[in-house]
Design a protein around this ligand. Structure first.
Ligand code: NAP
Length: 323
């Protein structure tokens, strides 16, 4: 009888926060690897991961984690990936695939790429899925279901290695798309990075107002502000690194945004109801389009899983007789 396919023999996860621990949980639930070995920077996180029992092995060093692994995924802040790639390079197994989950891809290609030795395959990835929570307790196996995972392999990447990593992400429930790293950074600058910057700004602005008390801001937050506070609670280290690493694309999108907000400011000042109405009608259609393609439900939550509601189920692991 056929049993679930095992894509990799040994999956090594460096970093086991929200994303790393979700990969561990999903990979185990789907039987995507024969064994899962993890490590984290701090002894405290390693201890917690061992208690959670979401991996077969918790080891102390990055070098020990990658030893004999055929898939290595870095799930750490973008700014730390280059140093860790340099550290693990001499310990990688021949033929191993090295990947990451960083929210910026140009910087990852630049920082990690030169360290990946010949004989290993470098396939950067970005699962476009997350919550505002961090750490190994925050992860869950269904995080990637029906979300996109974008692969940004360099032109020279081995096709088989890319296809296998794509199959891994599909097994975890994601839809997979491939694009070049610079285009990824431009797309994500407008769909993710700028919205986070706006949320961080508006929550800070509200906090500094003299004429509206903090208790009024909290009390009447359902008027739109609440959704911004959820985004603005996202991890400060991760987002600092995103803006440092995707500077050019974010500045470009910020410029466009400032131009558009000037137009709306002018429409308000001039009492130009038609301009406001037309703009809002256009943006409402975009929202409807996102709901229609299943990337969000009708309630305003910025695409994050709804607390208290069951997450979408993992796909059925496909069966293989090869295994
Ligand atoms: P997280 O929950 O804060 O976990 C971060 C992990 O990285 C922890 O295991 C931490 O170890 C480790 N770490 C932190 N700084 C490090 C350093 N300087 N060197 C080595 N390890 C370090 O973060 P996350 O949300 O999983 O994010 C991880 C990556 O996923 C980031 O690159 C982010 O851009 C990307 N991403 C995040 C989201 C999201 O919504 N959160 C979505 C898609 C992609 P300790 O616990 O021991 O400190």
């Amino acid at each position: 009888m056929s049993k679930p396919a095992t894509l990799y023999n040994r999956l090594a996860l460096i970093g086991v926060g929200l994303i790393g621990s979700s990969i561990a949980r999903a990979a185990r639930a789907q039987g995507a690897a024969r064994s899962i070995v993890v490590t984290a920077r701090s002894a405290q996180t390693r201890k917690r991961v061992a208690e959670l029992g979401i991996a077969d092995q918790v080891v102390e060093t990055n070098a020990a984690a990658v030893e004999g692994a055929d898939l290595v995924i870095l799930s750490i802040p973008v700014g730390a990936c280059g140093t860790v790639a340099e550290e693990i390079a001499p310990h990688l197994a021949k033929g191993a695939t090295v990947s990451d989950v960083g929210s910026v891809k140009g910087a990852i290609v630049r920082d990690m790429g030169p360290h990946i030795p010949k004989g290993a395959h470098f396939v950067p990835a970005h699962p476009v899925a997350g919550t505002e929570y961090s750490g190994p307790d925050a992860g869950f196996a269904e995080l990637f279901v029906n979300r996109w995972c974008i692969l940004t392999p360099p032109d020279s990447a081995d096709k088989q290695a890319v296809d296998k990593l794509a199959a891994f992400w599909r097994l975890l429930g994601a839809n997979v798309e491939t694009m070049n790293a610079d285009h990824h950074d431009l797309v994500l600058a407008i769909t993710s990075h700028l919205p986070h910057l706006i949320a961080y700004t508006i929550v800070g602005t509200a906090d500094e107002l003299q004429s509206v008390t903090r208790s009024e801001v909290l009390k009447f937050s359902a008027g739109g502000f609440r959704d911004f506070t959820r985004i603005a609670a996202s991890d400060p280290t991760m987002w600092r690194d995103v803006f440092l690493a995707n500077k050019e694309a974010v500045l470009e999108m910020l410029g466009r945004f400032n131009e558009d907000i000037s137009l709306l400011t002018k429409a308000i000042r001039n009492g130009d109801g038609e301009a406001l109405f037309n703009h809002f009608e256009r943006t409402r259609a975009i929202r409807k389009g996102i709901v229609d393609i299943g990337q969000d439900s009708a309630s305003p939550d910025f695409g994050r899983p709804h607390p208290g509601l069951p997450a979408a189920p993992l796909p059925k692991p496909y069966a293989s007789d090869e295994d």
